[in-house]
Design a protein around this ligand. Structure first.
Ligand code: PLP
Ligand code: CA
Length: 302
C-alpha cells in the first residue's frame, strides 16, 4: 500500500504520537543545535518529554567528537545528557570493529578527528593517523617508497579538516595493498554546519576521495545505515514501533528511521525546507513534520 501522506503535526497528532512512543531519537545538528548554537526551546522540550517518562537518545553523524565530548557539549549548552544516551558515528565506527571481532593487535588508520581516535581507543583498538598526521606531507622521490604500517587492518574515514595528500596516500596503500583491509566511513554527509552561518564540505568529501583512489565501496556506519539502530535496540530493549526518529534531513535521518520501522518526524529547523519536502522529486515522506522541536511545548502544555 502507498505510504500515508506526510502530516503537519498538530495538537491531536502530537499528543497521539507522544502517547504511542516510548523513546525519541534526536538527530543533533539542525534539531538540537546549529553548529555550536542551541536551537530555541530545546532544553525545555527535552525536560517536558523526560517528565512524561520518555527515553531520549541522540544520534549524530558528526564524527569529530567522542560521546564524552558530546556529553560535555550538551552540558555547556545547559542540557543534561549522559554518554550512554549518545550514539555518534565515531562510536559507531568503533562498535562496528567490535561486532566484527577486529583483532586488537591490528591497527586502524584514521582520516578524521579526535572523536574517532578516542572512541577506537576506548574500545581497545590502536588508532594511528588522524590529528597526528595533520602536518605531514607526502613527497615522492625516485627509488623511495612511501612506507606504511602493514599491520593496519582497517581504515576509518570521517570529516577531516586537516585532510592532506600524506593521509590519502597512507590510507590508499593500506586498502589497495591489503584486500582484507576494511574501508569504513563514519557517514557520507555532503556538507555540515561547522558554524550556524554556513555549510562546509562534510565527510562525504573525504570518503569520495578514498573511494576514488581505492576503487572500493566503503562500509557506512552512520545514518541512514541501520547499523547504529541494532545497537540502540540491544541497549534500550524497546521495539522500533515505539520509537520516533526526529531529524532535519530526509536522506539520512528520516530514511534511517523509516528503514528501521520507527515513526518519523521532520523538523524544518535545519537543512530541509517545506518546498523540498513537498516537491515531486522527493520520495522520502516522514510521518509528521513541524517547524521545530519546541512546538511540542505548545501541543502538550506544561
Ligand atoms: N558531520 C559533520 C562534520 C557536521 O558538521 C555535521 C553537522 O554539522 C554532520 C555531520 C551532521 O550531523 P547530524 O547528524 O547531527 O545532523
Ligand atoms: Ca541533522
Amino acid at each position: 500500500s502507498a505510504p500515508a501522506a506526510t502530516q503537519l503535526l498538530d495538537l491531536h497528532s502530537a499528543r497521539a504520537l507522544v502517547d504511542s512512543v516510548e523513546a525519541f531519537l534526536f538527530d543533533c545538528d539542525g534539531v538540537i543545535w546549529k553548529g555550536d548554537k542551541l536551537i530555541d526551546g530545546v532544553p525545555e522540550t527535552l525536560d517536558l518529554l523526560r517528565s512524561k517518562g520518555k527515553k531520549l537518545v541522540f544520534v549524530t553523524n558528526n564524527s569529530t567528537k567522542s560521546r564524552r565530548q558530546y556529553a560535555a557539549k550538551f552540558h555547556s549548552l545547559g542540557i543534561s545528557v549522559s554518554e550512554d544516551e549518545i550514539f555518534s558515528s565515531s562510536f559507531a565506527a568503533a562498535m562496528y570493529l567490535k561486532v566484527k571481532e577486529f583483532p586488537p593487535e591490528k591497527k586502524v588508520y584514521v582520516i578524521g578527528m579526535e572523536g574517532i581516535v578516542k572512541e577506537l581507543e576506548q574500545a581497545g583498538f590502536t588508532a594511528i593517523g588522524g590529528p597526528e598526521d595533520a602536518e605531514k606531507r607526502a613527497e615522492w622521490k625516485s627509488n623511495t617508497l612511501f612506507e606504511h604500517d602493514k599491520s593496519v587492518g582497517a581504515v576509518v574515514v570521517g570529516l577531516d579538516p586537516y585532510v592532506n595528500y600524506h593521509k590519502l596516500q597512507y590510507a590508499t596503500l593500506c586498502v589497495r595493498e591489503n584486500p582484507g583491509c576494511l574501508f569504513i566511513a563514519t557517514n557520507q554527509d555532503a556538507v555540515g554546519h561547522m558554524t550556524d552561518l554556513q555549510e562546509w564540505p562534510g565527510a562525504g568529501c573525504m570518503v569520495a576521495a578514498l573511494r576514488g583512489s581505492t576503487e572500493r565501496e566503503p562500509i557506512v556506519v552512520g545514518k541512514p545505515s541501520t547499523f547504529m539502530m541494532d545497537f540502540l535496540l540491544q541497549k534500550f530493549n524497546i521495539s522500533t514501533s515505539k520509537m520516533c526518529m526526529v531529524g532535519d534531513r530526509l536522506d539520512t535521518d528520516i530514511l534511517f528511521g523509516q528503514s528501521s520501522g520507527c515513526k518519523t518526524l521532520l523538523v524544518l529547523s535545519g537543512v530541509t525546507t517545506e518546498t523540498l519536502l513537498h516537491s515531486p522529486s522527493n520520495q522520502i515522506k516522514p510521518d509528521y513534520y513541524t517547524t521545530q522541536v519546541s512546538d511540542f511545548i505548545g501541543f502538550l502544555g506544561s
